[in-house]
Design a protein around this ligand. Structure first.
Ligand code: TRP
Length: 403
């Protein structure tokens, strides 16, 4: 086909490193011991240096200045989530843009595992995906992996998963995707469209590779072991729908990367393009931890939270501040570790406002109360508006379903 990036075929390293026959997932020496990233669990505090290590470990590329210039050339602007490095890494995004410039349109593909309600951390990549859909008039496949979450989570039964599936779909629609360009795939409902291609993929992946890439052990339930081709399948579905090789771009958090590695490994053997990715960081939780977590509801702002609750959560957030006002005025505070700063930056501040905030904070001229109040107000407004859209979504579900 054409020169898609092959440098990332470091699957072999993975296999060698992890190809042990005992039941443990050996920790990767490139990452500190308290950091653990799989598609189902992210533990530890991820700072800049750890994101760089993840890129190295996964064999992805940083979003370079040249790439940013290229995006700017095509769209005339740079989305803040790229400019602020929330999307920080990619594979073949440059290749995809070349294709686009040569007249080949691409699909977007992203998804959600319905294991709980939606919080602000989840919607950030979706807002970007919507922006991409608007800019490039791309069709979007949105997969809901109800099977994956049922299989993974011992505490979730099928009824609970069905409830989250419904609730999550309302959020997806509320994002504002174009119904005529968007199809939601619910795995257990639309499996017949995925299954033929999933079996083709599955046939090309050994247990040894799956173990190495995903950290499966011999104690993992076999549903989980068989699941990855189901998440890989929508990468190739566009080519089947369009009846010609069709480029696909996946905006997703970096923890989903193992899926794309195995998909890319089999793509050319099956006659498809390798899917391109653009990887995001995680939005920090409001506590002093790595990402916003549904399992700790007080540290995340849910789209279903009442405004008073949003306010309360924000006002009791962890910050990068000093223990006392006097100390803060004297020593300044640390915006880099402050979730309030990052929420404001990613969701609400202009570039200029955010830079000013950063320096006022650092110099001790800005106190945490002020930032918290601003974030509380802005996120309340945001959630109130989002909830209205979510209510309207109830009547639109059939318009968005794959069939
Ligand atoms: N596995 C993802 C999750 O747990 C859901 C998902 C399916 C997904 N397909 C995707 C996420 C494509 C991003 C891109 O949330």
């Amino acid at each position: 086909m054409d020169n898609q990036n092959n440098k990332n075929s470091n699957k072999d390293n993975f296999v060698n490193k992890y190809n042990n026959d005992n039941n443990t997932f050996e920790h990767d020496s490139k990452l500190p011991n308290d950091i653990f990233v799989t598609p189902w669990e992210v533990q530890g505090k991820l700072g800049e240096e750890n994101y760089a290590k993840l890129m190295e470990k996964f064999g992805t590329q940083a979003i370079s200045t040249e790439l940013i210039e290229k995006i700017k050339k095509i769209t005339g602007e740079i989305h803040p989530l790229i400019k602020f490095h929330y999307f920080f890494s990619h594979r073949d995004f440059d290749w995809l843009l070349n294709k686009y410039e040569n007249g080949e349109s691409f699909y977007l593909y992203t998804g959600r595992g319905p294991s709980g309600l939606i919080h602000m951390g989840h919607i950030l990549p979706w807002l970007f995906t919507r922006y991409m859909q608007d800019k490039f008039k791309s069709k979007l496949l949105f997969q809901i992996t109800d099977d994956e979450k049922f299989l993974y989570n011992p505490d979730l039964d099928r009824d609970k998963i069905a409830e989250y599936t419904y609730e999550n779909i309302l959020d997806v629609i509320a994002i504002g995707f174009k119904p005529e360009l968007t199809k939601i795939i619910v795995d257990t409902k639309h499996i017949k469209h995925l299954y033929p291609i999933a079996t083709e993929i599955a046939k090309k992946i050994t247990f040894s590779t799956a173990k190495a890439v995903f950290g499966f052990t011999t104690m993992t339930n076999i549903g989980m072991i068989g699941f990855p081709p189901i998440q890989a399948a929508p990468c190739f579905l566009p080519s089947i729908i369009e009846k010609k090789p069709t480029p696909v771009l996946i905006p997703a958090a970096i923890d989903q990367d193992p899926y794309w590695r195995i998909t890319r490994d089999v793509a050319e053997k099956l006659g498809f393009y390798k899917p391109a990715q653009i990887h995001s960081k995680f939005l920090p939780g409001l506590s002093n931890s790595s990402k916003m977590s549904s399992s700790k509801p007080e540290t995340a702002i849910f789209t279903t939270d009442e405004p008073e609750i949003v306010e309360k959560k924000v006002l009791s957030s962890f910050t990068g501040g000093q223990p006392t006002i006097d100390l803060q005025k004297k020593l300044g505070a640390n915006a880099n570790i402050c979730p309030v700063f990052w929420y404001l930056k990613y969701f609400f501040d202009s570039e200029k406002a955010s830079t000013e905030r950063y320096y006022r904070c650092k110099s001790g001229n800005l106190l945490c109360g002020e930032c918290k109040n601003q974030l509380a107000e802005k996120s309340k407004e945001f959630i109130i508006e989002f909830k209205k859209r979510r209510e309207k979504a109830r009547d639109k579900i059939t318009d968005f379903m794959f069939e």
